[in-house]
Design a protein around this ligand. Sequence first.
Ligand code: DGT
Ligand code: CA
Ligand code: CA
Length: 594
Amino acid sequence: MTSTRASKSDPIKKDQPPLLAVHNEDIALAFDEIADLLALTGENPFRIRAYRRAAQVVRSLPQELAPRIAAGFDPDLLPGIGADLANKIRELVSSGHFLKLDQLRRSVPAGLRELLALPGIGPQRARALHTALNIQNLSDLRHALASHQVRKVAGFGAKSEARLQQALDQTTLRPSRIPRHIARQYGEAITHYLTSLTGVTQVTLAGSYRRGCETVGDLDIVMCADRELDLSSALSRYSETSSSLVTGPTRCTILLRCGLQVDIRLVPPESYGAALYYFTGSKAHNIHVRRLASSSGLKINEYGVYRGRTRIAGDSEISVFSAVGLPFIEAELREDRGEIAAGLAGNLPALIERSQLLGDLHVHTGRTDGTATIDAMSEAAQRAGLQYIAITDHAKHIGLLHGLDATALTRQIDEIDAYNASQNQLTVLKGIEADVLADGTLSLPDHILKQLDLVVAAVHDHFDLPRRKQTDRLLRMLDNRYISILAHPSTRLLTQRNGIDCNWNEIFLRAAQRPCYLELNSQPSRLDLDDIQVREAAAQGILISIASDAHGITDFANLDYGLIQGRRGWLTSTQVLNTRPLTQLRKLLRNTFL
Ligand code: DGT
Ligand code: CA
Ligand code: CA
């Protein structure tokens, strides 16, 4: 990796701060690669796991690490990152290189790693194929399969050959979408670069990113300049560009080193609004609005809105909307899910805003798997503009080594009482994250739960129960009168694990009756419930808790991701539990204990 600092000939404004060059995802990918390469060399599994965990930790951070490290943050404060890995992160951030990775890359064939992505091939089998058939990459494997060489290798047979063939066919078909928080790192860096070019007046990330989608297929950028700009040459000089797919004076497509595609449009200022509107989409929304426009004799495209040959709007988005008789529709709503009818009828929701979140009802401390004390988490929450938080550490459960038992929880309750007595800036509520066991009961008895201000219940295992059983499990859980909030209800992990199979209608109905509230978990790799589920649940009158699930002091930044997902789910502030002032919130929480 190279630095994104400009060379002397670049038309870069002098007062720009240094550009981000090493993103969290770059660090995570490097750790993943080290883990894979170590596995391929038969290294100690313990070390391999440490790298994998570190990759996961860095990948799920809500904010970029490099600028924080530059400002003095010590990466060994992150969970699972010891001194050695912290040094590696510093090395990568400052030099763009991992010596260790460079060495490993020289000793293991580059393509061998691709094999590990196939289901059914672990490092041992990859090594066996490499040794027996000199297979170095997927293409070698494809040839070996075609000539039935693979079945002759010890440990492989006709059956595993067929399975591998199937896996190989599916890999080439799999669409790759990138979670929003990862796309953001690359999107903000290129936006920063483009903004710094002389003459550039506007740069906006459009497309699914601007609509706040949880994953994006590619990035779309709309920009303006007040003088001639050689866009393709500026893009070819960008240090993260790996290749140019389309080059034109007003339209370019590049591929970044990380594999993400970026479509860039340079438009004249009078078309900026129309282009931004068009490239924000969604396609379905655009098509619907275009139909609406043509019903009143207008034509709408990326250059403007036209009556015959006369251009009547297009310099701003709002001008486009008003030309077709619509109020401004927030980007998060533009999915053709009823927003156009709502706009025409004057019924658009006043979407929830960050400043309306007064508290956070899902926060961990170092007592379980978090990294900071109650004091430190409270201080960070205040800095994030919050008035109250609930400490909801994990209850002891077989799956978790350090969960709180009844004694430890009582001690934490005392600690929270003492904290609240010592200051009156922020109120800490007493909570717990209790596991929903396979039969729908909870991992702590009622006489303990009822001493708390709230109980957050969550599914952490038995993800594969059949639909009826899973639904009954959650319904039984909802029968427990001490449950306040069901956390990350679907349990999905974006692009990694599907949610549980469950009849959500039944769950929402019961939750609304009880009442029990549902969480919109804001960890960027969870975002659970999703936008459509959030909208359905809220429409049934269930209050939604937009919660950070913070495990460290910087994780309150997660709330921004939950917020945007909530906005995609049409949430208004009255539909969100943690917009309530404390007294009202306490009342709502007590309602669940009836
Ligand atoms: P993605 O990239 O798959 O996450 O989703 P988008 O929505 O960013 O889609 P993308 O990148 O293919 O196109 C960006 C926007 O451009 C899209 O949201 C709407 C607009 N657009 C693209 N193709 C068409 C089209 O055929 N008709 C219309 N009306 N708009 C289009
Ligand atoms: Ca896109
Ligand atoms: Ca695109």
